[in-house]
Design a protein around this ligand. Structure first.
Ligand SMILES: Nc1ncnc2c1ncn2[C@@H]1O[C@H](COP(=O)(O)OP(=O)(O)OP(=O)(O)O)[C@@H](O)[C@H]1O
Ligand SMILES: [Mg+2]
Length: 1045
């Protein structure tokens, strides 16, 4: 739809037939606007106009091929692929041979267009190994022909210097089978001279730039272009063109086509010979008879040429410098002047090259030709040089323009014919259109009796003095009153003064403009003669390829008959071409060059206008619109516009034609605006079509809204229905679940009720069968059995006898739980008793001491938990073993309870000193460890109380009674490693002795009494203290801090 919109876009219509108003300005503006948008293709009906973009556009990729493959020509954006697709489908499906005629001036993009068409067809036709090979060969013919037939000109860096018509042949399925290439008139004069800024044919530069050192040596060539007289002496490079890469591409292409390595070498050798011929210098010398003659100035180049082609240098030298003249069975050898010698040399070079080019085309044809006998369909692609108007136009321009004139003729005739045929086919009355028929110009040139070409041939063949002046005067005579012919003489006769028309020129009013031709060189170029000596010399060479190019050089085939002239040959080949084209369905691509400077995005209106005029585009549009500007098949038309009437929308059940009639009747267009053909509807003015399109666009918006509305409604409705369905499903499941639960509950209750009632009924029923008290008796019996069983089980499973093991089997019945617990306690107590009874007296005393310690300290002093692991040894000093402690031993005698080392805190400084401590049943002795002499002996009754801290230190204070005798200096501050044991033993000893225990204070603050007065002792928890031993710090004379950990 978008594409069709673009065709109908009023600012830049895609089809110029729809231009309204139709003027040169509007046509030009449309092309310019489209070019600005990057739309380089525009239609006139089914003719494609292509404006050269001079930049690569992203419109030729595989996606584009896909888009245009099997497309509807008018339903997609204008594109060269659309015409290629249309032609290919028409060929494949309707069995109509096609030709694609690409015209336009030099640099307008003809060759590029032909390549695009070929590549499109190759891309869309079917694939397969054999088919791909054929396709590749056809496509690869381009680089080879371009290398030998294209050159840089001032107008185009890659200008085709020959005309090309290629027939691609397909089988009934549309698969390519092969092809035939026809070439027309190579511009061979380029070999020997070209305008400044141009180049010779690409192949020479490619060979020198891309040929390997070995190849160049083999061909006896030097890499430097400037060495060769035929190549331009200025810069030989073309910007953006890589000659070396192109050379390799060309070699690859030759390989693909099927050239053997020997053939390639032979071809390049002949090209090298052409190049080297230009360097053969002639000089003048005087013969014995005093006549001036030419001779070879520098024999080396000649010798190299001869060694390349296998020829005796003297043969070539003679052929270049002299000429054999035959007259009445006599042959006379005449020497040539230097200009004649150069003329002969250049003619030879031109002839070798043009014949080589013909050979090349034939060789390619031999590879791509289809085996005879196969039925085939043909698509011809014509890429021929465009109309040329130069400052100085010669024989070549005359021939080229003649060819274009013929193509224009065929274009006009076929377009009209087609149009006319369509109206007849559709049964619509046809109104003839005024258009310029150029057959009068064609006749002026080609008329076999009195045409310009015929006159030229006549002059060439006429004996006697022949030159261009006689030819011109003959023309002046013949065409004195011809509307399309002018010369100085005819102007004079008409009394017209035109300084631009020089005496040796004539002017033809071509369909595309007036062209003034200079007659100089017409005769020579038309004759295209090559001295027989030269062709014989070439035939004499051993080089097979070169030799085959000059069959007339064979002395056995000598004929005095002159070969046909160039003009004659060309006319014949053009006639053949025309015949060929007439037999096919034509498709036109008309190329336009937007500017002279090869610049992208630049559109020069004057230049384009000139081309629009001579391509006859206005006429083309007029012819196309002569009857009706727009036509379309009923089915497509109805499809597109049926929404404009409620009778045809949304569906029309009758025939397409009736539908279209009903639709248009409803819309109320004037009857003369419309015509109904057999298969198509014709609309006279573009305005009606635009109006239709506008109405359609408005209606499409309405319809889109309607569709959206319906869709939204449908979506909401279905969603609502879905939700409703889900809701019903969920509630059904929920209700079901609730009822099921309720039912289960009712059922359970009913069963319980039933059970009770049944039980009650049964009990009532059976009561009379039981004795009173029988149930109690039974119950008692059962009870006793259960108890018995329990006890027996218990007996078998009694837990281990370890006192620490508290395990006990659980009660099997609830009513036995209490008894089971009681049994467990009894068993435990019994286990403990057993344990106690097997203890020794020492062990018992030790455990008692531990028990006592627990009573004194458990949960009161944190040192207690550490002491649990340590057994109470009592004797830590080894009094009996160590003789040093004999005295002390004597003091303790048999009453010793505990002997240990303690540290005594100095009351004045807080520092500690070691002391030995002995606890006997009566005394507590502190002794000096070195002397082992008792220093202080305290009677136990002197101890008033003992204070210790809450922490895990071994600090203790022995508070003495005021009446004590041993503690003259006051209370003792001691630190013991076995504090818990010491105090426990002290407590026990006191208890034994006085039946009154020790008064123990576990506190953080207490006061001590010293000789010098009381002191307040504070216990401080600090990290500075050692892990075991506390640190005593005096704070003034009455304060002391015990740092514990
Ligand atoms: N469709 C295109 N896209 C991009 N560049 C293009 C296109 N067509 C042509 N050109 C450019 O324009 C140059 C000239 O085009 P081309 O050689 O096809 O002209 P021509 O009409 O064959 O000229 P001649 O008559 O001299 O052979 C190309 O080399 C290319 O750079
Ligand atoms: Mg070209």
């Amino acid at each position: 739809m978008e594409a069709t919109d673009s065709r109908l876009d009023v600012a830049a219509v895609g089809d110029l037939v729809l231009l309204d108003p139709l003027t040169e300005e509007s046509l030009l503006q449309t092309l310019q606007e489209r070019f600005r948008r990057g739309d380089i293709y525009t239609y006139i009906g089914n003719v494609v106009i292509s404006v050269n973009p001079y930049r690569s556009l992203p419109i030729y990729g595989p996606e584009a091929v896909q888009e245009y493959h099997n497309c509807n020509f008018f339903a997609v954006k204008p594109h060269i692929y659309a015409i290629a697709d249309d032609a290919y489908r028409s060929l494949r499906d309707r069995d109509r041979d096609q030709c694609i005629l690409i015209t336009g001036e030099s640099g307008a993009g003809k060759t590029e267009a032909s390549k695009l068409v070929m590549s499109y067809v190759a891309a869309v036709c079917s694939k397969g190994e054999e088919v791909d090979k054929v396709k590749e060969q056809l496509l690869q013919s381009n680089p080879v022909l371009e290398a030998f037939g294209n050159a840089k000109t001032v107008r185009n860096d890659n200008s085709s210097r020959f005309g090309k018509y290629m027939d691609v042949e397909f089988d009934f399925k549309g698969e390519p089978l092969g092809g035939v290439i026809n070439n027309y008139l190579l511009e061979k004069s380029r070999i020997v001279q070209h305008v400044r800024g141009e180049r010779n044919f690409h192949i020479f530069y490619q060979l020198l730039a891309g040929g390997s050192a070995q190849l160049l040596q083999q061909l006896k060539l030097r890499q430097d272009c400037r060495h060769y007289a035929y190549l331009n002496q200025e810069a030989s490079d073309v910007p953006g063109m890589d000659d070396a890469a192109n050379f390799h591409a060309m070699q690859d292409a030759m390989r693909v086509i099927g050239f053997s390595p020997d053939e390639v070498t032979a071809l390049l050798e002949v090209a090298a010979v052409v190049l080297k011929l230009g360097n053969v210098q002639l000089s003048s010398s005087y013969q014995a008879n005093g006549m001036e003659a030419c001779s070879i100035a520098e024999p080396q180049e000649l010798q190299e040429i001869c060694s390349l082609i296998g020829l005796d240098p003297s043969v070539l030298e003679q052929a270049l410098c002299s000429r054999t003249v035959r007259a009445r069975n006599e042959t006379v050898l005449t020497t040539l002047s230097v200009p004649q010698g150069y003329y002969g040399r250049d003619a030879l070079a031109k002839n070798i090259y043009s014949r080589l080019f013909d050979w090349l085309v034939n060789r390619i044809n031999a590879s791509i030709q289809v085996k005879p006998g196969k039925q085939r369909k043909v698509m011809g692609v014509l890429d021929i040089y465009g109309f040329e108007i130069f400052q100085d136009n010669g024989f070549e321009q005359f021939i080229i323009n003649y060819c274009n004139e013929k193509l224009q003729q065929i274009f006009i005739l076929m377009t009209l014919k087609e149009e006319q045929e369509e109206y007849v086919r559709e049964g619509i009355p046809w109104t003839p259109v005024e258009f310029f028929d150029n057959s009068i110009i064609c006749d002026l040139i080609e008329n076999s009796k009195g045409g310009i070409l015929a006159m030229l041939d006549e002059e060439c063949l006429r004996p006697g003095v022949v030159n261009e002046d006689t030819f011109l005067s003959k023309l002046n005579q013949l065409f004195a009153s011809h509307k399309h012919y002018e010369s100085r003489e005819t102007q004079n006769a008409r009394r017209v003064m035109d300084a631009s028309l020089l005496p040796h020129c004539f002017r033809i009013h071509h369909y595309a403009g007036k062209v003034t031709y200079n007659v100089r060189g017409f005769i020579e170029k038309n004759n295209d003669l090559l001295f027989r000596d030269l062709s014989q010399a070439m035939w004499a060479a051993q080089h097979t390829l070169l030799r085959s190019l000059f069959p007339e050089g064979d002395p056995r085939k000598v004929s005095l008959k002159l070969p046909p002239t160039a003009g004659f040959q060309f006319k014949a080949s053009v006639a053949m071409l025309m015949k060929n084209l007439y037999s096919k369905n034509p498709n036109y691509i008309r190329c336009i060059k937007p500017n002279e400077s090869k610049a992208p995005m630049l559109f020069t209106p004057e230049l384009v206008l000139a081309q629009v005029r001579y391509l006859g585009l206005m006429e083309n549009v007029r012819v196309r619109r002569a009857g009706y500007a727009f036509r379309q098949l009923y089915s497509s038309f109805l499809d597109r516009y049926k929404m404009l009437s409620p009778r045809t929308w949304p569906r029309w059940t009758g025939s397409d034609r009736e539908g279209t009639e009903v639709l248009l009747a409803e819309l109320g267009y004037a009857p003369e605006e419309l015509a109904f053909g057999h298969t198509k509807i014709f609309i006279r003015s573009p305005r009606t079509l635009f109006d239709l399109e506008k109405q359609r666009q408005d209606r499409v918006v309405q319809l889109a809204t309607l569709i959206q509305k319906m869709f939204r409604g449908w979506r909401c409705r279905t969603q609502y229905q879905l939700m409703r369905k889900s809701q019903i499903l969920i509630s059904a499941w929920f209700r079901g679940h609730r009822q099921k639960n309720k039912y289960q509950q009712t059922k359970r209750s009913a069963l319980i009720l039933q059970a009770y009632v049944r039980g009650w009924k049964t009990r009532r029923q059976y009561r009379r069968f039981f004795r009173s008290g029988a149930s109690a008796c039974l119950a008692n019996f059962i009870y006793q059995r259960l108890v018995q069983k329990f006890l027996v089980e218990l007996q078998k499973n009694l837990p281990p006898l370890s006192v620490l093991d508290q395990t006990w089997p659980p009660a099997p019945y609830k009513f036995l739980a209490e008894a089971n617990q009681e049994l467990r306690n009894i068993f435990y107590r019994w286990k403990c008793k057993q344990y106690r009874e097997q203890l020794s007296p020492e062990r018992r005393a030790l455990l008692q001491a531990k028990l006592c310690a627990s009573e004194l300290f458990k949960d009161k002093k944190s040192l207690y938990t550490k002491s649990l692991q340590q057994p109470f040894q009592g004797e830590y000093l080894g009094l009996t073993q160590n003789p040093k402690y004999q005295k002390l031993h004597a003091v303790a005698k048999d009453k010793l309870v505990m002997a240990d080392t303690v540290r005594k805190v100095n009351r004045a400084s807080g520092k500690t000193v070691p002391r030995l401590l002995l606890l006997t049943t009566e005394h507590l002795v502190l002794a000096d460890p070195k002397a082992a002499q008792p220093k202080t002996v305290l009677s136990l009754s002197d101890i008033r109380s003992v204070s210790v801290t809450r922490f895990s230190d071994g600090f203790l204070v022995l508070h003495l009674k005021e009446t004590s005798t041993g503690g003259g200096k006051g209370d003792f501050l001691l630190v013991s490693d076995h504090l818990i044991e010491l105090i426990t033993r002290l407590h026990q000893t006191l208890l034994d002795a006085t039946s009154q225990g020790l008064s123990l204070h576990i506190t953080d603050q207490f006061s001590t009494r010293f000789q010098k007065g009381d002191m307040a002792v504070t216990v401080v928890e600090s990290a500075k203290a050692g892990t075991d031993a506390p640190v005593c710090k005096k704070r003034g004379s009455h304060k002391m801090e015990i740092l514990v950990h």
